[in-house]
Design a protein around this ligand. Structure first.
Ligand code: FPP
Length: 240
């Protein structure tokens, strides 16, 4: 790819369209999710290749718990299997793996496997791959506000300082503490909304909407998105 001038540090993707991809082929929705894992692999490889440092993926929202039980459990077991199956690949390619979200809602066996995978890959530094699981932006801001209020109550000596905190300080209470905000957020399948994803962190993200369904979004589409990003003019509310 020749035209990628500036590479985003953090690319985030709302993976959408698995169900439609399967429906178009007369297959069960789960076939779309299974094929979607191949796109996860392809985009992860591309991110490593292009020097993206953080790739985050919206895999399951808080709202997705309301899907039919069978679909929820097949998505969770797909997550489980994919994570274990990719562990060696993460180690071979210097990938740090993280899962962020409302983890209390996940099965304890899945949580244990996630912890083990996160610990094992913690010192890898080529790419951080973040899976947002049982995540929603409003939930994240709420849990941050709760922990912030607890800090204020627990440390009366520091209350004044805490109450004067700037947004960057508050960011440390979000589950994404220490992770740079996404430079580029891609949503596939032609839908044009954020759907309760990274509401705080997306304040100055560039948004890119692709008509391609997630199972068809592979290396070429990822590279094209990076190319489109490199042509964007980011001003952060200022004049250049
Ligand atoms: C949206 O498509 C996709 C999801 C809700 C699940 C995405 C999950 C995966 C691709 C598997 C994740 C695996 C790993 C290892 C991260 P949809 O079902 O909403 O599609 P539709 O809008 O066409 O119905």
């Amino acid at each position: 790819m020749e035209n990628i001038g500036k590479v985003p540090v953090h690319v985030s993707i709302i993976m959408d369209g698995n169900g439609r991809w399967a429906g178009e082929r007369g297959l069960d929705r789960s076939a779309g999710h299974i094929e979607g894992v191949e796109s996860v692999r392809a985009c992860t490889e591309a991110a490593v290749e292009y020097g993206v440092k953080y790739l985050s993926l919206y895999a399951f929202s808080e709202e997705n718990w309301g899907r039919p039980k069978g679909e929820v459990s097949s998505l969770m077991s797909l997550m489980f299997k994919s994570m274990l199956g990719e562990l060696q690949n993460f180690m071979d390619n210097g990938i740090r793996f993280m899962v962020l979200g409302h983890r209390d809602r996940l099965d304890s066996s899945l949580n244990e496997a996630i912890d083990a995978c996160m610990e094992k890959t913690a010192s890898n530094s080529r790419l951080t791959l973040i899976i947002f699981l049982s995540y929603s932006g409003k939930w994240d801001i709420m849990q941050a506000a709760r922990r912030y209020a607890e800090d204020v109550l627990r440390h009366p000596d520091k209350a004044d300082e805490l109450l004067e905190m700037e947004p960057d300080g508050f960011s440390r209470y979000l589950v994404t503490a220490g992770i740079p905000d996404p430079d580029l957020i891609i949503r596939t399948s032609g839908e044009m909304r954020l759907s309760n994803y990274l509401l705080w962190q997306a304040a100055y993200s560039e948004l890119l909407f692709s008509d391609v369904l997630w199972p068809d979004f592979r290396k070429r589409e990822f590279a094209e998105a990076l190319e489109a990003y490199s042509k964007r003019d980011r001003r952060y509310g200022k004049v250049k």
